[in-house]
Ligand binder design. Structure first.
Ligand SMILES: Cc1cc2nc3c(=O)[nH]c(=O)nc-3n(C[C@H](O)[C@H](O)[C@H](O)COP(=O)(O)OP(=O)(O)OC[C@H]3O[C@@H](n4cnc5c(N)ncnc54)[C@H](O)[C@@H]3O)c2cc1C
Ligand code: SF4
Length: 538
């Protein structure tokens, strides 16, 4: 079996892995870093236009072969497993959480506090925004103060968004353009956004995706990337608690086994596969898997719930103007301590109106001017989509478990995720609904708006958890740096470490926490040493 040795072995090649590898290679230029990814590399930027065209014409997945047939989580919400991870597809929305997310217990007597100070996280938000390239404008709320400006000015609002912002402001709720990892100036070698509205695959490179970082790190020989390689088990030392190896299988058709040895292992496998790998790594000394002495791995799986509404209103909104860009209000990110606890973001987008049709309500065919007049008549008023992501807290048994009834070709049980909310969250469900419907009604009172429909989301978005951070090993898997309580040289980074998922998009927070982990990993590795080449043994 080939054995690869390096200083650091990173498992997974999504956005958190890209940021970790990049920062480690900058902090310790001599470090040897192996990045191991189960899926394939899709490094053909020159083909993006073609993939984009097929997506538009035929609705095809613009990232061909970005998933693994027999690796699938029951209850998971995305299947991408490839170099770049889910952020190949992401919309690039980069909202920060607020201090309340870290201080639920001390501010509101709810759930737990995170073991990290807001001011410290804020510094890492600045770093994350710089590395990803986020365009945005400061929030009007003093609590959202920033220590550094956004690296790029915000995207100009479209005609539609100006109309919709006027509507929101008139209702008394201030809105602004949402911060995004999309270039408004040439940035980091990538182009400016041309507002071509296919952000699922960006043909210009204006929207950040991790494949850019990996390609650059590879070209500069700062990392070694082993794609098509599924890690199936972490192996600990015979007598000590250190992790000594990550064992996997090549998915290149050979099915051959492979082993990675390193001084530090960083599991950057996302919210599903990080807990899954720890649970799979059973041994006689650790019968419930590694980092799981107190049975916390896979627990407290979280995400935010959401409610959406479609509005019709007096505003000239013409569908199709960069519709993936939208507005946000941070007005409800915090709530008064003497009021029922409800915290949420609020987003607005243009919403497509009635399509052209060839028959009217009576079944008569429409031709020429009649066809256009019918369309105009049905589209006199503008439409908007409004959505609130709201904060909910998981119970201990909101969990990821191994499902023995579903196995991959190597015989590994696949993960099953069941989200459950704690009693306090469940008991305020009515008040939460009432509050959000009240906010929709407030918007409805401006511009003669009418709510056409309201719907609740059927899943928790921006999922996280499973390897919760904390100070008490009985109630958490790792400390605030992602370093596991049980194994000093094993780190879990990003999404799995979050105790709660806040009330807005989570990836900027996953990245900020990962960049903080990088500092700790480097501290653990000690002073810089001469560059160690990755070594291979048969
Ligand atoms: C359509 C879409 C739109 C989105 N838009 C936004 C947005 O606008 N804003 C936002 O904040 N978030 C957004 N998200 C979410 C965001 O993409 C994810 O939060 C983020 O990419 C997660 O990154 P990650 O590094 O934690 O994990 P992942 O992206 O899941 O990467 C983990 C990687 O690890 C690999 N891996 C797992 N297990 C193993 C193993 N055992 N061995 C080897 N490799 C392994 C996987 O194959 C995968 O490539 C969106 C997601 C989707 C799908
Ligand atoms: S709108 Fe901008 S970010 Fe989106 S695909 Fe087009 S160029 Fe890329």
């Amino acid at each position: 079996m080939p054995v690869y040795e390096s200083d650091v072995c990173i498992i997974g090649a999504g956005i958190t892995s890209a940021m970790l590898a990049q920062k480690l290679s900058e902090l310790r230029p001599g470090l040897s870093i192996n990045v191991v990814e189960a899926g394939r590399s899709i490094f053909d930027f020159e083909n993006r236009d073609k993939y984009r065209e097929r997506m538009i014409k035929y609705g095809e997945n613009p990232w061909p072969g970005d998933f693994i047939e027999d690796q699938a989580a029951q209850g998971g919400i995305a299947r991408t497993m490839a170099v770049g991870g889910q952020a190949l597809h992401w919309g690039g929305t980069c909202n920060r959480f607020s201090e309340e997310d870290l201080r639920l217990k001390s501010m509101h007597g709810l759930y737990v506090d995170w073991p990290i100070e807001w001011d410290e996280l804020e510094r890492y938000y600045c770093e994350a925004e710089r590395r990803l390239g986020v365009s945005g404008e400061p929030s009007p709320f003093p609590e959202d103060r920033r220590t550094q400006p956004y690296p790029m000015k915000s995207m100009p609002l479209t005609w539609n968004l100006i109309r919709l912002k006027e509507w929101g402001d008139k209702s008394g709720i201030p809105f602004q353009g949402v911060p995004q990892a999309k270039n408004t100036i040439p940035y980091d070698g990538r182009s400016v956004c041309l507002r071509c509205k296919t952000c699922d695959i960006c043909p210009t490179g204006a929207r950040y995706s991790p494949d850019f970082t990996f390609k650059r790190l590879l070209a500069e020989k700062k990392i070694t990337l082993h794609d098509h390689t599924l890690i199936r088990k972490l192996v600990h030392h015979d007598t000590k608690n250190d992790i000594v190896a990550a064992q996997g299988v090549r998915r290149d058709g050979s099915g051959s086994t492979v082993e990675y040895r390193a001084r530090v292992f960083a599991v950057a496998s996302g919210y599903t596969w990080s807990s899954h790998l720890l649970l799979l790594s059973k041994s006689s000394r650790f019968p419930d898997g590694v980092a799981n002495r107190t049975g916390q791995v896979g627990k407290y799986m979280n995400g935010h719930a959401f409610t959406s509404a479609i509005f019709e209103l007096d505003a000239d909104v013409y569908p199709g103007m960069n519709p993936q860009y939208g507005l946000i209000s941070r007005r409800f990110f915090r709530c008064a301590k003497d009021k029922p606890y409800v915290r949420h973001d609020l987003r607005i987008w243009e919403h497509p109106r009635e399509a052209l049709r060839i028959k009217d309500n009576n079944g008569q065919m429409l031709f020429g001017d009649d066809l256009v007049n019918d369309w105009r008549a049905r589209n006199k008023r503008g439409r908007a989509r409004v959505r609130a992501y709201y904060d909910v807290h998981p119970s201990l048994n909101s969990e990821l478990t191994l499902d023995p009834s579903t196995r991959n070709q190597w015989g590994d049980p696949q993960p099953k995720i069941v989200n459950r909310l704690d009693d306090a969250t469940q008991s305020r469900a009515g008040i939460t609904k009432e509050h959000i419907h009240g906010v929709f009604a407030q918007l409805g009172r401006a511009n003669n708006a009418k709510i056409l429909s309201v719907s609740d989301g059927g899943y928790l978005d921006h999922p996280a958890g499973g390897c919760r951070m904390g100070t008490d090993p009985a109630a958490s898997v790792c400390n605030s740096y992602g370093q596991t309580h049980d194994h000093e040289n094993l780190f879990v980074v990003g999404a799995p470490t979050l105790p709660t998922a806040g009330c807005t998009n989570g990836t900027l927070t996953f990245v900020a926490l990962t960049l903080r982990s990088a500092d700790e990993i480097v501290r653990r590795l000690g002073p810089a040493q001469p560059r160690r080449e990755e070594r291979r043994r048969e």
